[in-house]
Ligand binder design. Sequence first.
Ligand code: PRX
Length: 646
Amino acid sequence: MSQQENLPFEERYYQPPYKALYRESMEYPEKFWRKMAQELEWFSPYEKVLNDSNAPFFRWFEGGKINVTYNSLDRHLKERGNKVALIWENEKGENRSISYLQLYNEVNKFAYALQQLGVKKGDRAVIYLPLMPELPIAMLALARIGAIHSVVFSGFSVQALVDRINDAKAKLVITTTHTLRRGKRVELKGIVDQAVEQTPSVEKVLVIKRDEEPKINEKRDVIYQELTRRMPYKKVEPEETSATDPLFILYTSGTTGKPKGIFHLHGGYGLWTYLTTKWVFDLRDNDVFFNTADIGWITGHSYIVYGPLQNGATTLMYEGVPDYPSPDRWWELVEKYGVTVFYTSPTAIRTLMRYGEEWVKNHDLSNLRILGSVGEPINPEAWRWYFKNVGGSQLPIVDTWWQTETGGIMISATPGLGNYMLKPSANGLPLPGVDADVINEEGLPAKAREKGYIVVKRPWPGMLAGVWNDPDRYIKTYWSKFQGLYYPGDYAVKDEDGFFYILGRADEVLKIAGHRIGTREIEDILISHPAVAESAVIGVPDPVRGEVAVAAVVLKQGHSPNEQLKKELEDYVKKNLGAIVVFKGIYFVTKLPKTRSGKIMRRLVRAVISGQNLGDTSTLEDEASVEELKKAIEEFTKEIREQQKP
Ligand code: PRX
């Protein structure tokens, strides 16, 4: 071959847009955010991209007027009026497909009904609904008139609902009679009836009728269908809310007993969910996006409702569990609706893994092109199963790290920006605009592979605006551990390539099946039981749920430990807080390990229960407490072994 032959070598190579966009966001943030914000429609322009004069109360796009529902509905009508916005299906296979135009009409109708009930801009309404179409409709209707929604997950029970309604001082509660779960009715209105006995701010309860007449309290309850039956169809123009007006409050658990009302705003949150949906899930016009989360959690807010709708996508919501009536329920839906992007949790994957791969194999999943995971770290075994069986060993799995507080995804692969790089069990690289790092206890950057805390070093539009009614708690929880840095409360490591691996919570927060629950919240319920004097709750690893709860309980005088009481306490927690609290065990002891100043040493409880080294016990008041706990656990383990003997 001659030397001169003209072979097509090229010095330059094509870089996916991710890298350039990331660099631009870090080097020229003002220009970057201005460009990004132009993708949404504004009623009037903002004065400043970021007001940081009152840090850490950062305000994005101050002075601008924007309403997230205008960007989710109105602006699609011309080009996508007849496109399906929302697909809903339940366990029984009943379903609805709602176009953008229909959704717009439903939201207008609901908004008008809210106005008839006297709901105004800035008012709070609590929504306690299962995954039925009226849930996103109610959220959008409230947002449309500038009212603030607070969705309470319908798996929560009376006490959780009471606390949230009271903290938000909601004047309206929106609910329905029931939902179906594994073929059984779960009553919701009954829980609301009990809750509103203890919530003085509530003026009305709006009830969505399902198949039967709800039992109502004439003075307080209004049936939605009756209210709207005689109502004229009226368009309700979206309130021209400020970018910095609150859109919603969503309660989440922290280290104290009282859940925190994380609140997000129309401008920054709207933009962040719009952008991250595009960057991570790469939604295009023919996509059908199935996010299996519940809208009662942030994942559903951002990636069933606001992200997909602002992108004009088709979003599928399923009211039911993955393994009922059979363990291929989700794959049936993926096949039936030609789902292209599928987003779920590691717990769900581990649950389905147990039934075997045949359930997946029997379905044609060939429309899928992106898979996602969220809520807890995904173990390599579950990752591989998901990759191989659902993704046919071909599809990217975006392992998206984020939180209620961050509003949207922070760390993940970004197929929408051409970045498909994956490593099993790594979350990937920060999204454009996210200045994340791992630092050690001293606040110094951790070395590659050194475990530390993840932090975010500058504000981003989707960040929480604060903790409702509690600015001090906002500062203390998120901005005090490391001066000037946002502290999410997770352990993490970074590798040599800059990939982040989130390792789990660094605080007293449990992740049971991906559901975030504070140990203190469970303890507070336990000690409200007449037999309980004190309790310490910790999390222990669980092969399916990731983590479950264990409680050490001290009984009041006159009560003696027995199996029946154990069961009663478990049921009591479920009844008051919700069935999402799953216990591995409850141990009875006569005292808990405490410091001399009386603080429960949870660290020791955890060490004893998981059989680890106790570490420093110099502040422990009474060694005997530890010995007693050890004995209780040994007995319990022995009992279990006895029970398991053939
Ligand atoms: O510990 C992290 C874990 O979930 C926490 C946030 O919980 P929540 O506010 O309920 O939001 C869950 C859905 C965004 C985080 O602090 N977490 C979330 N996603 C991941 C994760 N841990 C590991 N990998 C993830 N992909």
